[in-house]
Design a protein around this ligand. Structure first.
Ligand code: F6R
Length: 612
């Protein structure tokens, strides 16, 4: 959700903040704002809409000064508008706050403040924080923030500043992510590392319940109770290029094209030579005893959105390769359900950001109920990573486009490695089978690169799909997961209605909607159900539907029932979702381009959903 950035140092704060906001815009983009302290006052500028509107405003009336805070918003309480944009001020204008997350008891706090005579100027939950900080201030901003957060409930990150102590910014974290960036004679605060990566590589992670006071000379951390917290900074070794478009028109296109490298990186040092001259998987970071894998009797997989689709693939991999039955549950359902976790169960929580509120909550629940928690995430030190017993990182690098592409593929690779490791350690996978599958994994970067070489057909098809109000996506077994991910990609960035379902389900109702030219995208890679997939496509053709198939390049039969075929290189069927994802991502991308959509920042969405 919303992005936060803060700065204290010798530079013009406005420049650092605007730069940071540009890097954070993917977090939320319905409005943005900043506040800068200068000569006894705090100047605020904000604007509804994309950051470009705020840039226009500050170009016309710059905000000079050397300390400031900025925010890019994804609305939870109150429509996108100038008045609901952050920063929010108290009634004197001396205190400002930016906030990410939700203050759950804001209604009670607001009623109390209104009864005391405070006039509110926005519809947000965040504004209460500005008034609370102002009222709690008696010379020390850190103390005022401490008093404020002891009254506010919920999951949030807050940064405050005041003209009365203009040399500092003070932040508090309650679940929503926050880091301090350490520079030379200057320091930073940010909800995400990319915001300030161009200025520093050294970071301190602010953890739940901690307050950070940041000045030009340093940063101090303390608990809500006031005890000092000392911790070692960590170094972020991300390339600054990874947060730029690198010659592509959109981050999404760049991230799709990074996938061959991402697959190589995620495989990385996790494959090593085996004694029999082949290779085997060796996962780092899993503190498993010899007995632990054998004792897993069930895997719960929990996630949301695209990560959930990765979970659907994982379930099949764990079942087929490691002999472990599993269940995939949307995190927002699991956390309020009555799941029967047992001591022998493993919960795999999957999240690119590691900050999705529902996924973190479901993971916590699983752990509390005795399940061992393994996080599969892209963000080192994220809330999910810190919650888990073990972490498997996808080394996809920062993903900026709101629509997830490379992180999804990296999740599939991570799950494949995990399934192979479990299979070997549980004795369900022979050495020969493991060696063959590892060799297949090794071919994936090259095969993914080949899919990206030939984009003519997919770009032509985009014209066909762009004119249709609906599209249906079908598949069987693992192909169903690919179909579901393809449909999600199409709808989120092109706004075309897309629905995915098991191919065998079509005839139970949805076939009524298939008529002349209705696009049906079919993923057909699984050998054991190939003939059944062909039957479903015959049914579509018989209603004159337009069949677009994603199939192996050597599948000759598919051409007999398809109008168009997007080809992928053949690979072991268990790994086909890794390659099938790519043409489907490209299809969505080209359709959205054709329709002139805002591809990297589709309407109503945000990159990481840190609220319920
Ligand atoms: C779709 C997309 C979302 C996310 C979902 C979970 O392209 O990106 O559906 O997959 O919000 O996000 P993470 O993986 O960060 O938990």
């Amino acid at each position: 959700m919303c992005g936060i950035v803060g700065y204290v140092g010798p530079r013009q704060a406005q420049d650092v903040l605007m730069h940071g906001l540009a890097r954070l815009e993917y977090r939320g983009y319905d409005s943005a704002g900043l506040a800068v302290a200068d000569r006894g006052r705090v100047a605020v500028a904000k604007a509804e809409g994309k950051l470009a509107r705020l840039i226009e405003r500050v170009d016309q009336s710059p905000l000079p000064g050397h300390a400031g805070i900025g925010h890019t918003r994804w609305a939870t309480h109150g429509v996108p508008s100038d008045r609901n944009a952050h920063p929010h001020s108290d009634t004197t204008g001396d205190f400002v706050v930016v906030h990410n997350g939700i203050v759950e008891n804001f209604r009670a706090l607001r009623d109390r403040l209104e009864a005391e005579g405070v006039a509110f100027r926005s519809d947000t939950d965040s504004e209460v924080l500005a008034h609370l900080v102002a009222r709690a201030f008696d010379g020390d901003l850190t103390e005022a923030v401490r008093r404020t957060i002891s009254q506010a409930e919920g999951a949030y990150a807050l940064v405050a500043m005041t003209s009365r102590q203009p040399d500092r910014i003070v932040a508090a974290r309650m679940i929503s992510p926050l880091v301090v960036g350490l520079g030379e004679g200057e320091n930073f605060l940010a909800s995400d590392i990319p915001a300030v990566l161009e200025y520093t590589r050294e970071f301190l992670l602010v953890e739940d319940g901690e307050i950070a006071t940041v000045t030009r000379d340093g940063a101090t951390l303390e608990t809500i109770a006031g005890s000092p917290v000392r911790k070692q900074p960590f170094t972020a070794d991300w390339e600054t290029d990874s947060v730029r478009k690198g010659g592509f028109d959109h981050f999404m296109a760049k991230e799709i094209h990074e996938q061959p490298d991402v697959i190589s990186r995620t495989l990385g040092a996790r494959i090593r030579p085996s004694e029999d001259g082949g290779e085997q998987v060796a996962l780092e970071g899993l503190e498993w005893s010899d007995r632990d894998p054998a004792e897993i009797d069930r895997i719960w997989i929990t996630a949301c959105g695209t990560a959930y689709h990765a979970g659907l693939v994982g379930r099949v991999l764990f079942e087929q390769l490691a002999g472990i039955p599993g269940e995939v549950a949307f995190a927002h359902e699991l956390r309020y359900g009555k799941p029967l976790f047992r001591d022998g169960s493993l919960t795999l929580a999957i999240s690119q950001s590691g900050e999705t509120a529902d996924t973190v909550a479901a993971a916590r629940l699983a752990r509390r109920r005795g399940s061992r928690l393994l996080a599969l995430t892209n963000v080192v030190g994220s809330s999910l990573a810190r919650e888990a017993d073990d972490v498997l990182y996808t080394w996809a690098g920062p993903e900026i486009s709101v629509a997830s592409t490379k992180a999804y593929v990296a999740m599939l690779v991570g799950e494949s490695l995990l399934a192979l490791e479990l299979g070997r350690r549980r004795g369900t996978l022979s050495r020969t089978a493991e060696r063959e599958l590892v060799a297949e994994l090794r071919t994936l970067p090259g095969k993914a690169a080949r899919v990206l070489e030939d984009m003519d057909e997919v770009s032509r098809l985009a014209d066909v799909l762009a004119g249709s109000p609906d599209a249906y996506f079908i598949g069987r077994g693992l192909d169903l997961a690919s179909a579901m991910e393809g449909a999600l990609k199409l709808k989120e960035i092109s706004y075309i209605h897309a629905e995915a379902m098991p191919a065998g389900e079509l005839k139970h109702g949805t076939l009524a909607l298939i008529s002349d030219g209705t696009p049906v995208v079919a993923v057909v890679t699984q050998e054991d159900v190939h003939s059944k997939a062909m039957l479903s496509l015959q049914e579509v053709k018989a209603r004159r539907g337009l069949v677009i198939a994603v199939a192996y390049e050597d599948d000759e039969e598919i051409g007999t029932v398809s109008d168009h075929v997007l080809r992928i290189p053949r690979v072991a069927d268990v790994f086909s979702p890794i390659l099938a994802a790519i043409p489907l991502q490209l299809l969505a991308y080209f359709v959205a381009r054709r329709l002139g959509r805002d591809i990297d920042q589709p309407r109503n969405l945000a990159k990481s959903v840190t609220v319920e």
